[in-house]
Design a protein around this ligand. Structure first.
Ligand code: CAA
Length: 240
């Protein structure tokens, strides 16, 4: 039987590429989305991948959604926490609402989903959790104190979860994408975008599929010895 993979924010952008890659590798994928019904339906019609809507920032909604998936389809073996939003503004202008919304969805969303799947993975002795962080969680970014804090939090969350899962066959790893060509970049002013690309040694934006390949590796059956790691896929923008 195919292993079941849940990908949050799995119908658009990087999440779409991850869903497609895992499907291509024989996983049964359930793609979560937060609100764009039309885009989700178009994605599902195009790919045959099942889509389900819930808010990853809502703790009970995550518990209910994962319980329903396990009832309907079987055990969730692979969890990819990809859902994320930006609400960019410099510190002088950032509101509490912008801070709170990004922390709730980008960081608490990972906790909520891991909380829903980790106990059963542990009991079964097998699980793969991948959390999508960001180069800006590693290096910081003008206009992103909220997003950088959330993404940086993901990296610490991942290491701690990896320690707790290690002896039960559950791995937890992070991917830290750089600037990837998706809708998320559309709000960046053109002159700022030029500055950003100039900071990327390979001289271009990344493609969603380049992130999906990393997720494919970290969720594969033979990646059992890789846990607590962060895979940076950023064109060399941030190295350490
Ligand atoms: N890199 C380099 N310089 C940047 C920058 C960046 N990412 N963001 C802002 N700046 C610079 C601007 O060029 C400007 O410099 P000058 O004063 O020398 O012209 C200065 O910071 C202030 O910026 P703005 O004039 O644009 O100020 P604003 O208040 O009108 O807008 C902003 C501020 C909303 C932060 C806007 O600059 C912006 O959207 N910046 C991009 C922020 C960004 O990189 N977001 C990442 C989104 S993609 C993502 O998050 C995915 C991921 O994981 C990588």
């Amino acid at each position: 039987m195919s292993r079941i993979a849940v990908v949050t924010g799995g119908t658009r952008g990087i999440g779409e590429a991850i869903s497609l890659k895992l499907q291509e590798k024989g996983r049964r994928v359930i793609a979560n989305y937060g609100g764009n019904d039309a885009a989700a339906k178009a994605f599902s019609d195009r790919t045959g991948i099942e889509v389900r809507r819930w808010d990853v920032g809502d703790h009970n909604a995550c518990l209910d959604a994962c319980a329903a998936i396990e009832d309907d389809c079987g055990p969730i073996d692979i969890m990819v926490n990809n859902a994320g939003i930006t609400r960019d503004a410099t510190m002088m202008r950032m509101t509490f609402e912008q801070w709170d919304e990004v922390i709730r969805i980008d960081l608490t969303g990972c906790f909520n989903m891991a909380k829903a799947v980790f106990p059963n993975m542990r009991t079964r002795g097998w699980g793969r959790i991948v959390n999508v962080g960001s180069v800006n969680g590693q290096g910081g970014q003008i206009g992103q104190v909220n997003y950088a804090a959330a993404k940086s939090g993901i990296h610490g969350f991942t290491k701690s979860l990896a320690m707790e899962g290690a002896k039960y066959g559950v791995t937890a790893n992070a991917i830290a994408p750089g600037y990837i060509a998706t809708d998320m970049l559309s709000s960046i002013p053109e002159n700022v975008m030029e500055k950003i690309v100039a900071q990327i040694p390979v001289g271009r934006l990344g493609q969603p599929d380049e992130i999906a390949r990393g997720v494919e590796f970290l969720t594969s059956d033979n990646a059992a010895f890789v846990t607590g790691s962060t895979l940076s896929i950023n064109g060399g923008q941030h190295m350490y």
